[in-house]
Write a protein that binds this ligand. Structure first.
Ligand code: GDP
Ligand code: ZN
Length: 356
């Protein structure tokens, strides 16, 4: 179980449910979950009570989740999932704007590799956005610059990347000359779970294939059912040859930019802003604006401030920290029900769960 990321913390949580067995969801097809546990692999469904008590789609199990099951094998039919253990991180897709449309794309990821190619894909603004998504999930984002063999101004590019990714690791890889493969592998020791995001064509599959060894992505259990439909029994949580696991769900790759932890990604701007004369400075034309001063001094780029503002606007919650955004979202959500008390309780348990 350690090999599949079952840490002390999950074991402690699981110990609260006597008589049940822990397992980890590796793929899902509609209401059927495919789970690995000590007894091997099995299929499972949530209990009637679980379904009844779940209030949001995000309450249901997702790929990467640890769940508590009533049995350890399928000898007597599908297992029953009674609980989902608190997630340490989660990538969420927000479909249409209301919280009810939020879906967990993948959970319990330790490191998320933000992949960007060093040739024509190179785009700092996009990297900033992906980093924000990474921080927001609770996983640790690491920037992976791919295709180093196609780049002849690596030093310059590194300086630029450093300027938008303060405080996070940066790796340089190439599938052609095998650059950076060892550094990459270091994030996957000890049952760690990783994921790769980034634009199409930057080399994510190539990297994942390398880490997987013989078993290749494109041949990974894809098949059609008897009606010719595509069945999703494809394994989405994949064990790697040197330990650790990679989560590769279709949703993970298409992950949009709905969520963003501005404070972490733009920590440099927030730091400058602390010296602004006015607390509610918008960093546009106020006197005593330390952010504008930083731009004048050449220590902050105007581009970076612009993408910060843009992201802030897109997030609809201008000027708020992520914790505040969460509260605001809950307020909006519960406004009609008038259940602010519930909302606060929910927020508390959610925060507890998120940080555990
Ligand atoms: P994905 O869409 O991000 O999964 O990208 P792929 O892994 O499918 O790679 C897209 C294309 O880039 C393929 O043709 C790869 O052979 C190529 N590619 C991947 N990594 C490298 C690299 O390090 N150097 C070069 N020159 N090409 C690469
Ligand atoms: Zn200011």
């Amino acid at each position: 179980m350690k090999k599949i990321g079952y840490t002390e913390n999950f074991a402690e949580q699981a110990a609260l449910y006597g008589g049940l067995y822990a397992g980890r969801v590796f793929s899902q097809s509609r209401n059927l979950y495919h789970v690995m546990c000590t007894g091997g692999e099995l299929t499972a469904r949530v209990s009637g009570r679980f379904r009844y008590e779940a209030s949001l789609p995000t309450d249901f199990p997702a790929v990467g989740d640890f769940v508590m099951l009533d049995r350890e094998s399928n000898q007597d039919g599908d297992a029953v999932i009674h609980h989902v253990l608190s997630r340490k991180s989660a990538f969420i897709r927000k479909a249409a704007g209301t919280s009810n449309d939020e879906q967990i794309v993948a959970s319990n990821i330790d490191t998320v590799f933000i992949c960007m190619a060093l040739n024509n894909d190179f785009n700092l603004r996009r990297l900033e956005r992906y980093l924000a998504i990474g921080w927001d999930s609770g996983a640790v984002p690491v920037t992976v610059l791919t295709k180093s063999d196609l780049c002849d101004d690596l030093e310059q590019k590194l300086i630029e990347v450093n300027s938008v990714a303060p405080g996070s690791d940066i790796l340089i890889t190439s599938a052609v000359n095998r650059d950076g493969q060892e550094q990459l592998a270091q994030y996957m020791t000890g049952g760690q779970t990783v994921a790769f995001i980034g634009s199409s064509g930057v080399g994510k599959s190539t990297l994942i294939n390398c880490l997987m060894g013989e078993e290749r992505l494109d041949t990974n259990g894809l098949r059609n059912d008897d009606k010719g439909r595509h069945t999703t029994t494809r394994r989405e949580l994949i064990p790697l040859k040197n330990g650790g696991m990679v989560i590769d769900t279709p949703g993970m790759r298409e992950l949009g930019l709905e969520s963003a932890d501005l404070a972490r990604t733009f920590s440099d701007i927030e730091e400058f802003a602390e010296a602004c004369r006015f607390r509610d400075c918008t960093h546009s034309s106020e006197p005593g604006c330390a952010v504008q001063q930083a731009i004048d001094d050449g220590v902050l780029s105007a581009d970076r401030l612009q993408s910060y503002e843009k992201l802030k606007k897109e997030a609809r919650y201008e000027g708020l920290g992520s914790r505040q955004i969460e509260t605001l979202k809950l307020n909006e959500m519960f406004r009609d029900a008038g259940g602010m008390k519930n909302a606060r309780k929910f927020a508390k348990s959610k925060n507890k769960r998120k940080r555990y």
